[in-house]
Design a protein around this ligand. Structure first.
Ligand SMILES: NC(=O)c1ccc[n+]([C@@H]2O[C@H](COP(=O)([O-])OP(=O)(O)OC[C@H]3O[C@@H](n4cnc5c(N)ncnc54)[C@H](OP(=O)(O)O)[C@@H]3O)[C@@H](O)[C@H]2O)c1
Length: 269
């Protein structure tokens, strides 16, 4: 069977939250497809080793930029850096995000605000900064990494659910604004993924165990039981969906919110 050409060779890409997890898997895959990728996150050490991993791919190349995407000037600085280091920007993956197990009563105003800044304002500013340039060249791809929690609220962290729902709406609005000019904006909504967010010491599995007074393994088993597929996704499985949406092959997909959740959210849309 002939290989599917994703048409990503020489494409210039920015991936936020690319130092680990889904973002790193996406950056690696884009590099393997021959793209030039700017990896963005806060932690310099992790970024350095992530870029090295990406650079070991035979085709593309990887640079990195350490910045907090919630800073108001970050979007302009990231896009300027892409122009300088990559010569422009064709693909933007808004992936930086996080959560913590917090009950409705525990969530503070500051935590609500932080989730809003990270999941809505940061991707909004990056799209606002990047999409015009893409539209002038009549080609662009944006993928917003949202969550199944944005489609169906989870009480694990309602601020996460609400801001991920807002990110889905944001993604749709930018899709409507730019599709006619060749910039295709889409969202991916993963369910539970086996990244550090869940699995690292002190991550969501441990937080859930503490909150419910049960073993960490029980929390993970309960989570798997909610997924028709019966298991967590691997970061590379989500990256495969993101990279397809970044590709030439996804040429009629705009404004979609693709579930990649093993069947967790039982809706057809
Ligand atoms: N894992 C899941 O089960 C799951 C499910 C559904 C959706 N998602 C979504 O998928 C995305 C990636 O999740 P993940 O599981 O891969 O998370 P992760 O392993 O915790 O990685 C998060 C990445 O985002 C970066 N980041 C966080 N805050 C940032 C900020 N303010 N500025 C710049 N970079 C920042 C982190 O690096 P630094 O900390 O160094 O900045 C890291 O590179 C998130 O949007 C998340 O909501 C995850």
């Amino acid at each position: 069977m002939p290989a599917v050409d994703l048409g990503l060779t020489e494409r210039r890409c920015v991936v936020t939250g690319a130092s680990r997890g889904i973002g790193l898997a996406t950056a690696e895959r884009l590099c393997a497809e021959g793209a030039h990728v700017l990896l963005v996150a806060r932690g310099e050490g992790d970024l350095r080793s992530a870029a090295k991993r990406c650079d070991s791919a035979p085709a593309g190349s990887a640079d990195w930029m350490a910045i907090d995407v919630t800073q108001p000037e970050a979007a302009a600085e990231v896009v300027a850096c892409a122009r300088e280091q990559l010569g422009g920007l064709d693909v933007l993956v808004n992936n930086a995000g996080t959560s913590a197990a917090r009950s409705l009563g525990e969530l503070t105003d500051a935590e609500w605000q932080a989730q809003w800044e990270l999941h809505v304002m940061a991707p909004m500013r990056l799209m606002r900064e990047a999409c015009e340039g893409m539209a002038e060249r009549e080609w662009g791809r944006v993928v917003n990494v949202c969550s199944s929690a944005g489609k169906r609220p989870s009480l694990t962290n309602v601020a996460y659910s609400v801001t991920k729902a807002a990110q889905l709406s944001l993604s749709r609005a930018f899709a409507d604004a730019y599709a006619a000019r060749g910039v295709l904006v889409n969202a991916v909504a993963p369910g539970a993924v086996a990244t550090e967010l869940w699995m690292q010491e002190g991550g969501l599995a441990d937080q859930g165990a503490r909150a419910r007074g049960i073993a960490r393994e029980q929390v993970l088993d309960d989570q798997r039981a909610k997924i028709p597929l019966g298991r967590f996704a691997e970061p590379a499985e989500i990256a495969a969906v993101i990279v397809f949406l970044c590709s030439e092959q996804a040429s009629t997909v705009a404004g979609a919110a693709w579930s990649a959740d093993g069947g967790t959210v039982p809706v057809i849309l």
